[in-house]
Design a protein around this ligand. Structure first.
Ligand SMILES: [Zn+2]
Length: 446
């Protein structure tokens, strides 16, 4: 490790002190400690953000190139595939249902196409007022919050037909437009919910008939995951980043590939580097998992699937790296943590190396809701101290979700220093000396 990248200013004595502190914290055992170098970090970033990968859209064929690359790095690092898997791909499938025909009547009169939409997860659906066993009926009345009820109803365990009071017509129309796109699911047993805009003076005892057919397309997706077994096999420290991005966009100055160098090839490069680094150290006290998630940009399917394959109570901390390729407003030797006050995770990182010039501090953009805008939220809902670490001034970043998010915009020294700082800050948690408090799932929005 080159401690000189970590120091911003200071006398020779403090350089030496930092070097001593860092090396004593590192528990050298095999003498072959992996050096997290800017050259290697750059190589990972260059490949993952290259045009060849076409922006790593989760549903594109090119995403497998990224997955193969990460898997081969995990193999070289000597990670083990997760329990029950023969390699580093953690595969699953999602299905998309597009409604392709609708026939609906209310009191014998045909309903216009705009007065109905649904999240339908079946090949065909026939609901009539004569056969009330196939579904439940609910109402969003004029005094209720459409948004809140919509969220609730979409989580209901049974298929539901929802009549929406005509007072909500404007909101209904906006949702109807949004949900005209296909509905996605990871499960085969998702209940369907159909929303009908009720006419004025609607009578709940009206007779109706709804006939819907859908077209289903299935996609195979994969997270990439591996681990280092620790002495305590039921205590897991998780390092993660999403490897998918948004793919091809409309052309800007001859470029249409959203390369996602910062979002989130930077985070994936850190997971690869951390895998090499921790593999080079002595057997850890806690097991260390390294996972890159697919389909974060599409709604977090990869982290959702991952969280269902293990007992989340065993995950003692989740370090989720998001967009760490550009220096924060507070400077290149700093990173912030989303949801800082939700557990003691952030405080542990902040306190981990008081003599280091690298600082961890609370997310300076609370209004951006960043805690909810990455895969950590899925695990936080299960009680895991799960936080994202980021450095990008998201409010002013000109490249965020643009075709200009390319390698050339990345501050490679800053990125590499951030990876090294995370490697060091995680030591106390990996060694079992520090244990972050759990997040209260009740406080995390669905
Ligand atoms: Zn993104």
């Amino acid at each position: 490790m080159n401690a000189f990248h970590l120091a911003r200013n200071g006398s020779f004595t403090s350089w030496v002190m930092i070097a001593v502190l860092v090396s004593s914290a590192l528990n050298f055992s095999c003498g072959q400690e992996y050096i997290i170098s800017v050259e290697d970090t750059t190589e990972h970033l260059r490949f993952l953000s290259s045009d060849e990968l076409k922006g790593r859209h989760a549903l594109s064929p090119e995403i497998t190139l990224a997955e193969d690359y990460i898997a081969s790095e995990f193999k070289q690092a000597g990670l083990k595939p997760l329990e029950g898997l023969s390699d580093f791909r953690q595969s699953f499938s999602i299905s998309e249902y597009s409604i392709n025909s609708v026939r609906a009547t209310l009191n014998g009169k045909p309903l216009s196409e705009n007065s109905l939409f649904g999240r339908v997860f079946t090949d065909s659906l026939v609901w009539t007022s004569m056969d009330a066993n196939a579904y439940e009926v609910a109402m969003i009345s004029r005094d209720e919050s459409f948004r809140a009820r919509f969220g609730e109803l979409n989580r209901s365990a049974s298929s539901t037909l929802v009549f929406v009071d005509s007072e909500h017509a404007d909101t209904f129309n906006r949702y109807q437009q949004f949900y005209s796109r296909p509905s996605r699911t990871m499960s085969d047993q998702n209940p369907s919910v159909v929303y009908v805009l009720a006419p004025k003076n609607f009578n709940p005892n009206s007779s109706f008939e709804i006939h819907l057919t859908t077209e289903k397309t299935s996609f195979s997706l994969a997270n990439v995951a591996g681990y280092i077994p620790g002495e305590r096999t039921d205590e897991i420290v998780l390092f993660s980043a999403h490897h998918d991005h948004i793919g091809i966009r409309s052309v800007v100055e001859g470029d249409s590939i959203a390369n996602g160098a910062n979002d989130n090839a930077s985070g994936v490069s850190s997971v690869i580097q951390l895998a090499h680094y921790y593999s080079s150290l002595a057997k850890p006290e806690r097991s260390i998992y390294f996972v890159t998630f697919t389909a974060e940009e599409m709604g977090g399917y990869g982290s959702r699937y991952f969280s269902q394959q293990l007992n989340p109570d065993e995950i003692v901390a989740m370090f989720n790296m998001e967009m760490i390729g550009k220096p924060a407003v507070s400077g290149p030797n700093s990173a912030w943590i989303t949801g800082y006050d939700r557990s003691s995770f952030g405080q542990i990182l902040s306190d981990s190396a008081p003599d280091s010039v690298y600082e961890f501090y609370p997310d300076p953009y609370p209004s951006q809701n960043l805690f909810y805008r990455s895969d950590n939220a899925t695990l936080a809902r299960l009680g895991v101290p799960a936080h994202s670490i980021s450095t990008t001034p998201i409010d002013v970043d000109p490249d965020y979700h643009q075709v200009s998010d390319e390698l050339e915009t990345i501050d490679l020294d800053h990125l590499n220093n951030t990876i090294k700082a995370i490697a060091r800050a995680a030591k106390g948690i990996i060694s079992g000396v520090e244990t972050p408090t759990r997040i209260d799932p009740e406080t995390v929005d669905r």
